[in-house]
Design a protein around this ligand. Structure first.
Ligand SMILES: [Fe+2]
Length: 247
């Protein structure tokens, strides 16, 4: 939670599951750094402007040898930018539809909104879910996963297995579920499918082939193993502290 924001404001603006609120850290005019934007992604007010690509929180080559600089440059500059562009274009088309009172394309546009919006959310979180050398899983989140999964080892094993097994293009997601006040391991297909509504994603791993194919070809398991070595659990812990305020 950002300084000065009380719990009611947080609850009002957090909009977990809402593309608009979730992407507030990545809109035009934001002065936030990439990691701060990622942390703020669930806290800031809903955007009224144009979505923008956040900068990486490290240099393109900072995660080598886990991921080559070329991989991150293409992934960030081309793929993530594509989702930002797609999100903005979809919102413009929805505005035009409202203006015209023509909802003939509403099914396609709603699908596009979920796909590109979730793509932007997840990629913003993904960059911050990694850090050079990794950051250990300690503190309140470590205590929570030990309680919810039996042990940290069991939690990490389930996360790795779920991530490796995501069907086709997808994600592994560690999330906090406020109604049950527990941590969940989820998969996502594409970007938007298989979520549990209301969860707060804490740490995400992209297993679309564009995330790893240059480095690992078809060896997704090796990439996931490398991801766990670079995982930024300090970032996840900060997200967890924010999310706990929901329940
Ligand atoms: Fe990706």
């Amino acid at each position: 939670m950002r300084d000065g924001m009380d719990r009611r404001d947080f609850m009002k603006t957090v909009g977990i599951g809402s593309v608009a609120a979730a992407m507030a850290g990545g809109t035009a005019g934001s002065a936030l750094g990439a990691e701060e934007a990622g942390v703020a992604a669930i806290t800031a007010a809903p955007p009224r402007g144009t979505y923008v690509l956040p900068e990486l929180p490290y240099a393109y080559g900072a995660l080598e040898p886990f991921l080559a600089g070329q991989t991150l440059k293409l992934h960030h500059d081309k793929h993530h930018q594509g989702y930002v562009n797609g999100l903005n274009a979809t919102l413009e088309k929805l505005a035009a539809a409202r203006q015209a009172g023509d909802y003939g394309a509403i099914k396609r546009l709603s699908r596009s909104l979920a796909f590109h919006g979730s793509g932007h959310v997840l990629h913003t979180l993904y960059w911050n879910s990694m850090t050079p050398g990794g950051a250990a899983l300690t503190g309140p989140l470590a205590e929570a996963v030990a309680k919810d999964f039996g042990s940290q080892e069991a939690f990490l094993a389930q996360f790795a297995a779920a991530t490796r097994a995501a069907e086709a293009s997808g994600w592994g997601v560690v999330a906090y579920e406020p109604m049950g006040r527990r941590v969940l391991v989820l998969q996502a297909e594409k970007h938007q499918n298989l979520t549990v509504w209301g969860v707060v994603p804490l740490l995400v791993c992209d297993v679309w082939e564009h995330a790893y194919y240059l480095d690992y070809q078809n060896r997704r398991g090796d990439y996931v193993k490398g991801f766990l070595g670079a995982a930024n659990w300090a970032f996840a812990n900060r997200r967890y502290a924010q999310a706990r305020k929901l329940g």
